[in-house]
Design a protein. Structure first.
Length: 159
């Protein structure tokens, strides 16, 4: 029996997703442009790493959060990095972040592509169809609970 060696597959693109959290609610986006990927679905916002503008995934996170929400990231937690396959069937290396603090008011800066919706973190899992999104929600819930920002039931602690 012979062993055949093949070239290692490298990701075609790199991306970031960011779960913005405020008082036990998380920001999702509902894709409303029929010409864009994930039309009709609710997703965790994100974007691509653009190495012409970004030095790393953290820079891409900050740029994407500002472009999509109009706020400046002041505090975040890296939840995980993983490979996934995009709607265009491209292998993507993705970093997922929980944004816990930001400066400014969240705005929907791309209303032609998507609609922002705030939902209780425990309700978000029911709305998100992709397994990696549910996984990110589980990690975020654990982090927020550890930091004392969520009770075990998913409710926020009173201020």
């Amino acid at each position: 029996m012979s062993v055949e060696y093949k070239e290692k597959i490298s990701p075609e693109i790199e991306g970031v997703i960011f779960l913005v959290c405020k008082e036990g609610n998380v920001l999702l986006e509902e894709r409303i442009d029929p010409n864009k990927a994930y039309f009709g679905l609710k997703i965790i916002p994100g974007g691509h790493v653009d190495y012409l503008m970004d030095k790393n995934h953290e820079d891409a996170r900050d740029r994407e959060v500002f472009e999509e929400c109009g706020v400046v990231v002041k505090g975040s937690v890296l939840l995980d990095t993983f490979y996934n396959v995009t709607a265009a069937k491209k292998l993507c290396f993705t970093s997922a972040y929980l944004v816990t603090d930001y400066e400014g008011e969240v705005q929907d800066k791309e209303p032609e592509k998507s609609k922002h919706i705030w939902v209780r973190i425990q309700e978000a899992k029911k709305l998100l169809p992709f397994v990696e999104s549910r996984y990110i929600l589980d990690l975020a819930t654990k982090k927020l609970t550890e930091k004392g920002l969520l009770k075990d039931s998913g409710e926020t602690h009173p201020a």
